[in-house]
Design a protein around this ligand. Structure first.
Ligand SMILES: Nc1ncnc2c1ncn2[C@@H]1O[C@H](COP(=O)(O)OP(=O)(O)OP(=O)(O)O)[C@@H](O)[C@H]1O
Length: 252
């Protein structure tokens, strides 16, 4: 039966070398044009999920399906071609190159010049900052601006799903707000997003679906808003009470 999901990770078991498994029967599904946000404690395996999805880490068992095609066991280049684009944690722009040169690198595997030109127009429209600073050295941009360059670069291949690993890491609240606005713009422009964030509350405010990962599997999933308003979840995983409730007997 055909699936409605663009990305399906099913019963994934994965780990590093001979160490114990990090993912232990993980199942994650990403529908079209939605932001799916994975939250959970430090070391729960959030980044590992993205590494499995982008082919950086081959799972020991389980299946990876992209838009109906089984791509289990394939490496990063094949999974990029299949439609999964990974924006890594930290900063990965080439600082000595211009913004435009960095963005064009995202199309290194695309042979169709017309398609590349269309994608350039698309990302410049989606990220006005990138268009404005096109000829500037990427190293001259702030951390949040560099992250937008990375987003633009990741969209050059017209991915089915963008994998974002902690895009707000190291950013101040203002830059974080802009980054989440840009993630929403990506989604609104039709790209599905699998987002991993430490900044769980802020990320869930922008997401459509929330998943709580603990001990290598998804423990709770549901509409992101519902997760945000769940008091128990707030205390366990989101660093305190939900915004709207004030449980009795709790010091403020
Ligand atoms: N390259 C690696 N080699 C060996 N172990 C690793 C490697 N990368 C991650 N791990 C281990 O895998 C586990 C899960 O790490 P992962 O980075 O996926 O967690 P996370 O939920 O993203 O954590 P954080 O929120 O701290 O980034 C941790 O115990 C970590 O030490």
């Amino acid at each position: 039966m055909a699936s409605d999901h663009l990305l399906e990770l099913t019963d994934i078991e994965a780990g590093y070398g001979r160490a114990a498994l990090v993912l232990r029967g993980l199942t994650v599904q990403v529908p079209p044009a939605q932001i799916v946000c994975l939250v959970g404690p430090n070391g729960a395996g959030k980044s590992t999920v993205l590494k499995v999805a982008s082919g950086m880490l081959v799972p020991r068992s389980g299946r990876i399906i992209v838009d109906g095609a089984d791509v289990t066991g394939q490496g990063p280049q094949q999974l990029l071609r299949a439609g999964l684009s990974h924006v890594l944690q930290g900063h990965s722009v080439f600082k000595e190159m211009t913004v435009g040169e960095n963005v064009k690198l995202g199309a290194f595997s695309v042979r169709d010049a017309q398609h590349t030109a269309e994608r350039l127009d698309f990302v410049k429209t989606l990220f006005p900052l990138v268009a404005d600073r096109w000829d500037a050295l990427a190293g001259a941009l702030s951390g949040g601006q560099q992250k937008q360059v990375e987003f633009a670069r990741s969209l050059m291949v017209d991915p089915k799903v963008v994998l974002l690993d902690e895009p707000s890491m190291g950013l101040d609240p203002k830059a974080t707000a802009i980054i989440f606005e840009q993630v929403v713009r990506m989604r609104d422009a039709g790209t599905a997003v699998l987002l991993v964030e430490q900044n769980a509350r802020r990320a869930l405010e922008s997401a459509d679906v929330g998943l709580v990962l603990d001990l290598g599997r998804v423990h709770i999933s549901g509409p992101a808003r519902q997760l945000l308003d769940d008091p128990k979840l707030g205390e366990l995983y989101l660093g305190g009470r939900p915004r709207t409730s004030t449980p009795e007997g709790q010091p403020s």
